[in-house]
Design a protein around this ligand. Structure first.
Ligand SMILES: [Zn+2]
Length: 156
């Protein structure tokens, strides 16, 4: 868009007109489409050019650094729970792997563990059920027995 200072005849009113281009002004003026907004005269011509100074408004102020405050801290409780859940998942995965490589001996765990320990049967990894007392007793005998975490599938 371009702005021209216009003047009507014969009253010489001055007003501004906006046009797509200088040619657009010429076309409208010669077609008598322009009219003075004050007197309605269609005799309109360009007045003296009004020089405009294109002031660069782009005084780019240094953008205040938004100061990334970082992620909002996770609530300690949730964080602890997540860590605990991860730890449990790790233990369960370990237990599954261990079970997969072990023979299930059921409630005869302590007995079987002793037989293995004393070379009465083939050395192998076993798992089964044992009371805390059984496990403590095995440990006293130097037999490494440790409780496996319960697995979700055990509840079936
Ligand atoms: Zn006029």
């Amino acid at each position: 868009m371009i702005s021209f200072a216009l003047r009507c005849h014969p009253a010489a009113h001055e007003f501004d007109g906006w046009f797509r281009s200088g040619a657009d002004f010429e076309r409208q003026a010669s077609a008598g489409l322009l009219a003075c907004p004050i007197c309605g005269s269609s005799h309109v011509s360009k007045a003296l050019m009004k020089p405009a100074v294109a002031t660069s408004a782009k005084t780019t102020a240094p953008e205040a650094s938004t100061g990334e405050a970082g992620e909002p801290a996770e609530p300690a409780g949730e964080f602890a729970n997540a860590e605990a859940a991860k730890a449990i998942a790790r233990l369960q995965a370990m237990a599954r792997e261990l079970r997969a490589r072990s023979d299930y001996v059921g409630p005869k765990f302590a007995e079987e563990a002793r037989r293995i320990h004393y070379g009465e049967t083939q050395h192998r990894q076993i798992y089964g059920e044992a009371s805390t007392q059984d496990v403590e007793g095995l440990r006293e005998e130097g037999i490494a027995a440790f409780p496996l975490p319960a697995l979700p599938e055990d509840k079936n």
